[in-house]
Ligand binder design. Structure first.
Ligand SMILES: [Zn+2]
Length: 61
């Protein structure tokens, strides 16, 4: 049930930093914070949707 969050750039799993009632997301691969509007949130069953999203992005590129 716990959500996982992934970097929209490199698809690595993000580290969730909880602070002052809000959450921040940090990509250890990009070494940068990711906005909550940009993170990819999926559970394990939907892991394939990350690849689908990636494919859509490359098609529109
Ligand atoms: Zn990243």
């Amino acid at each position: 049930m716990d959500e996982k969050f992934f970097c929209p750039v490199c698809k690595a799993q993000l580290e969730v930093l909880a602070a002052c009632g809000s959450s921040s997301y940090f990509c250890n691969r990009c070494k940068k914070l990711v906005s909550s509007k940009e993170v990819l949130a999926v559970d394990d069953k939907d892991a394939d949707s990350i690849r689908n999203t990636e494919r859509k992005i490359s098609e529109t590129d």
